[in-house]
Design a binder for this molecule. Structure first.
Ligand SMILES: [Fe+2]
Length: 116
């Protein structure tokens, strides 16, 4: 279940593939170089990229599990407008800074907001 997050999920999954390639390439570099400092550097890069893969996977999983808060920046004042973790389309939320009310909508699989 990831209604409203279609484009975001696609972008994150594409980024995960990019990060996995980086892990593979840095690991190869670490295996092929003879200089111990370079070997350590490439190993650190691979470890760092592995962290990115894991972090991005956790974000995707939290979205699919309905644990990710749906929120937008208020187009009026820039404050956060939250619809909670498991909102329904047409739910309303008031910006806590400027007081404008927004309705949650979905277009092409992506959440958006509409000012009421
Ligand atoms: Fe606002």
């Amino acid at each position: 279940m990831h209604g409203g997050y279609l484009s975001i999920i696609k972008m994150i999954e594409a980024d995960i593939e990019f990060e996995k390639d980086a892990v593979r390439i840095y690991t190869e570099f670490a295996e092929k170089v003879h200089d111990p400092q370079l070997k350590e550097l490439f190993t650190e890069f691979a470890t760092s990229e592995t962290g990115h893969v894991n972090g991005l996977r956790r974000i995707v999983q939290s979205i699919k599990d309905g644990e990710h808060e749906v929120k937008f920046y208020c187009p009026v004042c820039g404050w956060e407008v939250s619809f909670g973790k498991k909102p329904e389309i047409r739910d309303q939320a008031r910006c806590r800074m400027c007081g404008v009310i927004f309705e949650l909508v979905e277009t092409g699989g992506d959440y958006d907001i509409r000012r009421l």
